[in-house]
Design a protein around this ligand. Structure first.
Ligand code: HEC
Ligand code: HEC
Length: 154
């Protein structure tokens, strides 16, 4: 799975594992100094196992921003230390996020890649978590405006 992930990233000539394939737009500036001391990940199932700490944290910070949540929305806390146990899969939201990562990747590489629209800016041609979530952990229900209102400009 992550072979195709990395390949897809290479095809659109972004840096390796390009968090932008997942997240769209520019990845947020990341990595506070203390994060660099994180242990090597032991439980990656979707992201490349050799991902750098910096790129991993870009992806993770992107999740928090695009869903409007903290790390512990997906990551369980250790009962005694109360620090996040990032490798743990105890919270169902973490596994939902894995499914979402695969889904987002597939939408971009399998479907959106078929749309030929040379005028669209690169960041318009992909969906990210934020395309649907827009800063909420659950996407909001879209209610179309009343008919008499001016239609939204496309
Ligand atoms: C929307 C859910 C979500 C949020 C929010 C989130 N993460 Fe994650 N995180 C994941 C998922 C899913 C994985 C596993 C990815 C995989 O299987 O390839 C992961 C994996 C990790 C890992 C690797 C753990 C290991 O040993 O395998 C670290 C470290 C991590 N996240 C840190 C963070 C930090 C720091 C934050 C907050 C800035 C954060 N995460 C926010 C979903 C999330
Ligand atoms: C195509 C639209 C779409 C995209 C793109 C998308 N999501 Fe979602 N996401 C949803 C919908 C809809 C739900 C609600 C599913 C349900 O409750 O059955 C959801 C639910 C979730 C949940 C569970 C929330 C909860 O309260 O338990 C998580 C976590 C999540 N998404 C993370 C992500 C992440 C991370 C990404 C980007 C990698 C992403 N989503 C991309 C539509 C999307």
């Amino acid at each position: 799975m992550f072979r195709t992930f990395v390949m897809a990233a290479a095809i659109i000539t972004l840096p390796v594992l390009s968090p932008s394939v997942l997240l769209g737009q520019q990845a947020p500036p990341s990595t506070q100094g203390q994060h660099r001391t994180l242990p090597r990940p032991t439980n990656l199932q979707v992201l490349p196992k050799d991902i750098s700490t910096e790129d991993l944290l870009k992806v993770m910070h992107g999740f928090t921003q695009q869903l409007g949540v903290r790390c512990t929305f997906c990551h369980a806390e250790d009962a005694t230390t109360h620090h996040p146990d990032f490798a743990s899969d105890a919270k169902p939201q973490k596994n939902s996020a894995r499914i979402m990562m695969r889904m987002t990747h597939e939408i971009n590489t399998k479907y959106l890649a078929q749309i030929q629209d040379p005028d669209a800016m690169p960041e318009m041609k992909t969906v990210s978590c934020g395309t649907c979530h827009r800063g909420h952990s659950m996407p909001e229900i879209f209610t179309p405006p009343e008919q008499h209102e001016a239609p939204a400009k496309s």
